[in-house]
Each structure stands twice: as C-alpha cells, then as structure tokens.
Design a binder for this molecule. Structure first.
Ligand SMILES: CC(C)(COP(=O)(O)OP(=O)(O)OC[C@H]1O[C@@H](n2cnc3c(N)ncnc32)[C@H](O)[C@@H]1OP(=O)(O)O)[C@@H](O)C(=O)NCCC(=O)NCCS
Length: 352
C-alpha cells in the first residue's frame, strides 16, 4: 500500500546538523552534485547550489542540516545567521527519489526547533514565484504568508550617471534615513524586511541602517531645500565581487529615479570584461514588489535598469520554534485511530 510506504519512510527520517569537511563532502557527493539537472528549474540553466555549496556550507554563520534515512542523505537545507538571532534559509533540496513524502516538511520543522534551541529569534526563507511545490509547502503546509520582492539589475556603468549629484550618507543623515526606511509606507510594502545579501533578507532595523551608514554604503540625493529626497543601500556582496542593491526608497518618485540612475556608477565597467568579452556580475538587488523603484523600472522610466525576470521572490518569516505544520494530506481530516501507517494500536503517526 503506497500510504504505508510513505509514512513508514518519514518515520525513519532523522534531521541532523552536518559539520566537518568529511560529512560536508559526503553530503555534496550524495545529494548536491546530483541536483544539477536543469529540468528542475523551468527558469534556470542549472541548480546554482552545485557551484555554491562548498562556499556556503563553510561560511562561519551557516549551519547545514540534512534529512537522513539510515545515514543516507536525502535532503538538505542551509541556515545563515544573517543578523544576530535572525536566520535565513537557502538551498532546500530533496532527493528526487524521496519527494512528496513529507521529507522537506520534516526537515524545516526540525530545523526550526533546533534553531530556536540555539537561541535564534526569527527564521525566514525565500521562494521563487514559479516554484509551486515550494509555495504550497510554505503557504498550505506551514500556513505562512509571503511578501513579494522583485529583482532589478543594472548591467553597465554610465559616465553621466557618475556625474549625478549623489552623495554618501554620513552620521548626520541617520535620523532622516531611518525615518524613510521605517515609514509606514515602506513597512507595508516590505513587511519590515530588507535585503541584506543577494536573495537573503533581515529586519529593516535602525541598527541595520546605522551600520551601513557607518561603513559608507548608504547613498542619498537631496531635494532643492537640502532634505533627503531618496536613500539607497549599495553594500558589499559576500557571494560575488559586485556590490548589491539592498534598498532604495524616498518621499518623491523623481528623486528615487535620480538616485537609481546615479547608482549606475557602481555597475560593471566595460573595461572589466574578461578576455572573452563577458562582463562581470551585474549590480543586482531585490526590492519590495510595490516599491516605487520597482514600478519605475518596470515602466521603463530608469535608463540602464531592468527587471530581472517576470518572476519574483516570496519571502516568508516566522518566529523561531513557531512552525506548526499542517498534517500530511494523506492523513488530513482523519482521526488518528484510522492512520493507515499504524500496524498496532501503540504505533504513533507523525502527523496526528
Ligand atoms: C520543493 C521540494 C524541496 C519539496 O520537497 P519534498 O520533500 O518533496 O516536500 P514534502 O514531501 O515535504 O512536501 C510537503 C508539501 O509541499 C507541497 N509539495 C511538495 N511537492 C509538491 C509538488 N510536486 N506539487 C505540489 N505540491 C508539492 C505539498 O503541499 C506537500 O504536502 P502534501 O504532500 O501533503 O500535499 C522538492 O520538490 C525539491 O527539492 N525541489 C527542487 C528544489 C527546490 O525547488 N527547492 C526549493 C527552493 S526554495
């Protein structure tokens, strides 16, 4: 009976943290390297995780977890402590042979408990809008509601953009910047989130902006009367050499457009192309779907910038330790006494 096989398998699944070179190498060989099948992603060429896994798994703030059956790795997910006690999860993968048996659900739920026990306060993850299985997992099984963020990119440096009146913010700008970033309008668009690294998000807190101002990564354009008209964060990207656009907003559309144009000074220069003429990675970032910047770029109002694709990223957030998965669909709505996996009355079912 297929239902018995499914529940029997999930009861055998252990979720463990994978640490140390040997175990990470085994996980890479067992699972990650086998995920390079381009057919898994209708909008991509190959699974990005294959190339990035060794770097990600070895970052000091990352924790790699695997779901295992009898020691065999069948799924993985990596957690990054992107800000103190704030985690962002990336790279969930279930071995194609073990899909749709509740393995990811068990992995996420167990990681959530383990991260809460390690002192984390909030956990987040992003799901591409084309990924209907993963959206179903987040929305239907975990009961989460996402906030849409859309990618925009700038491919080429512009001399005229570099001449626009954009200045780097200083400590005196702190209050005005925090006020713009934490305005009701921004919070309603972003659910209080901001990109902190490409594809990773954290709370848009005053301390997030303060640190970036201190390090010279916040840029502004001024209004005629010397107030801040728009503010942007272009910060180092720890995955690639090009900095990323993490934030841009302001009280007036005109100033947001000027600032976005001015940020083309950070885009790759033609002289940076390699010997095959290939340009380095582009200036790229995820911004709230409803933000002025996204609307202006989508409408073709900002030279040099374009929307990444027609897809976007749903960002989900929950209190660490608070995940409450819905029962597996094969059990949902049925009393525990009828669980098809039970062979004897004392057996317990994962989902009841
Ligand atoms: C998405 C993925 C991680 C799901 O892993 P999984 O172990 O098969 O997921 P689960 O069995 O725990 O599924 C839990 C729920 O997710 C949803 N789901 C999973 N696969 C689904 C599918 N193919 N179609 C529709 N819903 C699906 C369902 O709601 C399911 O619950 P149900 O079976 O009770 O209906 C897996 O398909 C995968 O590795 N895909 C390729 C990589 C990827 O997209 N990763 C996510 C990046 S954010």
């Amino acid at each position: 009976m297929p239902t018995q096989r499914i529940i029997g398998a999930i009861n055998m699944v252990q979720v463990v943290r994978i640490e140390g070179k040997d175990d990470l190498d085994t996980l890479h060989k067992d699972l990650v390297a086998r995920m390079s099948d381009a057919a898994q992603n209708p909008h991509g060429d190959a699974d990005w995780l294959c190339g990035y896994f060794p770097m990600l798994a070895n970052m000091p703030d990352s924790r790699t977890f695997a779901a295992q059956i009898e020691g065999k790795n069948i799924a993985l997910f990596i957690s990054f402590e992107v800000r103190p006690t704030e985690c962002f999860l990336n790279g969930l993968r279930t071995d194609p042979e073990y899909r749709r048996r509740g393995v990811s659900l068990k992995l996420v739920t167990s990681m959530d408990s383990q991260l809460a026990a390690a002192g984390m306060s909030v956990v987040r993850m992003g799901v591409a809008s084309w990924n209907t299985p993963m959206l179903a997992l987040a929305e239907k099984k975990l009961g989460l509601t996402g906030t849409p963020f859309c990618g925009i990119r700038c491919k080429v440096f512009s001399e005229s953009a570099a001449a626009l009146p954009v200045r780097t913010a200083g400590a005196d700008d702190r209050d005005a910047i925090v006020h713009i970033a934490l305005s009701d309008e921004m919070l309603s668009q972003s659910a209080g989130l901001v990109q902190c690294q490409p594809g990773q998000f954290c709370a848009a807190s005053a301390s997030y902006f303060e640190e970036l101002i201190r390090d010279g990564h916040v840029h502004v354009v001024e209004t005629d009367d010397g107030k801040i008209g728009a503010v942007a964060v272009v910060a180092p990207n720890r995955f690639q050499p090009m900095p990323s656009l993490n934030f841009i907003a302001g009280p007036s559309t005109e100033h947001v457009i000027t600032l976005l144009s001015g940020l083309r000074r950070f885009a790759p220069k033609p002289s940076e192309a390699n010997s095959d003429g290939v340009m380095p990675t582009q200036l790229f970032g995820y911004l709230p779907m409803e933000s002025t910047a996204i609307k202006m770029v989508a409408a073709g109002k900002v030279d040099g910038w374009e929307r990444h694709t027609t897809t976007y990223e749903q960002v989900f957030s929950w209190k660490a330790g608070g995940i409450q998965p819905q029962p597996n669909s094969i059990c949902a709505g049925k009393p525990a006494s009828t669980c098809p996996a039970k062979k004897k009355a004392s057996d317990t079912c994962e989902y009841q």
